[in-house]
Design a protein around this ligand. Structure first.
Ligand SMILES: NC(=O)c1ccc[n+]([C@@H]2O[C@H](COP(=O)([O-])OP(=O)(O)OC[C@H]3O[C@@H](n4cnc5c(N)ncnc54)[C@H](O)[C@@H]3O)[C@@H](O)[C@H]2O)c1
Length: 254
């Protein structure tokens, strides 16, 4: 699909990788709706990009559906959806003093990263299904954010790993579900990227975290994520898989 004239919904678009992708989308001639938490920089980012801001919390499923409806109405349709909203907790299955990982924390992370992603996808698909297909039969593209922790989660990341493995795991099935409509579904699994989420990571600490990368041995830049996301949008053969964007890094246990 072509970015020029396309309409994109960016969930988590107030910051980091989603913000960078929205910026590049506009630079190449697309229109954007920024969906993010009320207290985020969403309004400022939307103004900078000539788009609209829709405050939301992805974990409030029904209200999220309404925010997507409003964004689609504002854009006049939707061709692209990128979702990066997410997060985690740092807790071992069983702590050093024998304390168990709480079910509430585990469930909360799975809801935020996996169930909320599925909810966004089903709502966006409902709108994309109304699009006139392109010459190639395409009606839209959705990209979800996994993590390399989906494949090699580190100690203390059990809930995060489970949720991101779920995001990667549902990608092919959803692509198959929606293939009949010409809607593609992909996931991107980043390694460590310099974003709002990793703002507390100091340069010294970052060097330690990326020591196992092949090249380059540094954190990724949000613009590098944006390059991949838009390449996926533009290439009809990209579908049903998780693309690692990780400089060859494989996380060790710690
Ligand atoms: N940065 C990394 O190193 C890294 C690595 C692997 C995966 N990820 C994944 O990328 C995503 C984070 O993106 P980022 O790194 O650009 O971080 P970021 O903090 O810069 O951006 C994330 C945006 O999502 C929004 N958000 C968070 N929770 C939300 C909610 N409940 N409702 C609505 N909006 C919400 C935040 O307000 C923020 O604007 C997460 O899914 C994370 O698991 C990040």
């Amino acid at each position: 699909m072509k970015v020029e004239g396309a309409r994109g919904i960016f969930v988590g678009g107030a910051s980091g990788m989603c913000r960078a992708t929205a910026g590049e989308f506009v630079r190449r001639g697309g229109k954007v709706a920024i969906l993010d938490r009320e207290q985020s920089d969403g309004a400022k980012v939307a103004e900078e990009l000539g788009g609209q801001f829709y405050p939301c919390n992805v974990a409030h499923y029904d209200k999220m559906g309404e925010a997507i409806d409003e964004a689609v109405t504002g854009l006049g349709g939707v061709d692209f959806c990128l979702n990066t909203a997410g997060g985690g907790v740092q807790t071992r299955t069983l702590g050093r003093n024998g304390e168990m990982h709480s079910i509430e924390d585990f469930e909360g992370v799975v809801k935020l990263n996996l169930v909320a992603t599925f909810n966004i996808n089903r709502n966006v698909a409902r709108h994309m299904a109304q699009n006139e297909p392109t010459e190639d039969g395409e009606r839209g593209v959705m990209i979800n954010t996994s993590s390399i922790a989906a494949f090699e989660g580190q100690i203390g990341q059990v809930a995060y790993t489970a949720s991101k493995a779920g995001v990667s795991g549902m990608t092919l099935t959803m692509a198959r579900d929606l293939g009949v409509l010409g809607i593609r579904v992909m996931a991107i699994a980043p390694s460590l990227f310099s974003t709002g989420m990793t703002a507390a990571v100091t340069d010294d600490f970052a060097q330690n975290l990326v020591r196992d990368a092949a090249f380059p041995k540094r954190m990724g830049k949000p613009e590098e994520f944006a390059t991949m996301a838009l390449a996926i949008f533009e290439c009809p053969m990209m579908n049903g898989s998780t693309l690692r964007v990780d400089a060859g890094q494989r996380f060790g246990p710690k």
